[in-house]
Design a protein around this ligand. Sequence first.
Ligand SMILES: [Zn+2]
Length: 157
Amino acid sequence: MQTINKNTKTYNPTLSYITENFILTVEQLPQSTNMVFKMLNDHIKTGTLPLTFDRLSELFPEVLGTKCFNKKHLPFCEEVKNTETGHLFEHILIAYLHQLKKNADGVDMKFSGVTVWDWNEEPKGTYQITINSEGCYDHIMPKALQMSVVLMDKILS
Ligand SMILES: [Zn+2]
């Protein structure tokens, strides 16, 4: 009998981004992108960042219209006012991936994301983010990551 334990799964990131607010590492696999997003300050939820909605409206309103499956069944434009910062990053990255894929290939590609955390096992403010899609998006990922890191840093500053 075989048991699958998430703690024994290997994680081999090949990209990393470090800002004064967070560290992001990225593992690109053929079918998915696995990331660890680690906050370096106390902004682990956007509730401590009251300008989040306004800044997104101004800088990248597309993210406010992304679909979200949260426990409270809130649309993302409401959820964003007090959500985990890792979850916000997931939505920003998906919105940029969608936009860049459309611009590059003229394809309206669907992306899905999941953000999880376990602060009993890992430091508070550490998030595991997974992005999936049915098609190829490797070629736009570096630019989408770069744009997402820049925008996230603006929101956190
Ligand atoms: Zn969501």
